[in-house]
Write a protein that binds this ligand. Sequence first.
Ligand code: SAH
Length: 233
Amino acid sequence: MKPPAPPRNNSGNRAGIGMTSARTRERLVQRLRDQGIVNPAVLDQIRNVPRHLFVDEALATRAYEDTALPIGHGQTISQPFVVARMTEALIEAGTPGKVLEIGTGCGYQTAVMSPLVRFIYSIERIGALQERARQRLRELNISNVHLRHGDGFQGWSGHAPYDAILMAAAPLAIPDVLFQQLAPGGRLIAPVGPEGRQQLVRITRRVDERRGDEFHKETLGLVSFVPLLKGLN
Ligand code: SAH
């Protein structure tokens, strides 16, 4: 008798084997804990989201290393520590309702964030990456995410204001339009600066009766992101 055919859909390889197994993932979770990630919901997402399905098969064995990896078109999947740090900073003050993400890439950060927020509106300027991200998120049954092929320099005014904005590509300075699309009390997390010298910042919009609008800035450490680029591809 012939053995049954291996499963063709993702549910078969979602759990992973060998270098993508539960044990390998647990090592990554422990490493992030050692580096100061404390939010259990964020650590659970790092454990549960199958990062090996977001990279080329040839790189799958490296998917649970704490490094950025190429995803084609000169772009990278973000480093797990940075994804965890940004997600933690985003949800620290409670569950955001609407999140604008700039730079969907392969959709990994989107997938990690998705159960921790209500809705994600995510923009990507490279059409081919966006299409692949759409397919993966669908295969993982993630349904609170709206994707758009667009230029993050414009934000996404149709769904503004956002409780949180997360940038996965670094501008030299945060575009003004993004401040305008941030809700009162909302927070924006972004790498800012030239390649190789970026600071991760969190900006909180505070509306004070007497002083009016204030944007309070905190720095969260040095990071390395691809640059935010203009126009579509
Ligand atoms: N968090 C993503 C990181 C992707 S890298 C992941 O885990 O895969 C950053 C992404 O930002 C790239 O895909 C790049 O194409 C995109 N990007 C750069 N400039 C952009 C812009 N102006 N608008 C939208 N996306 C942009």
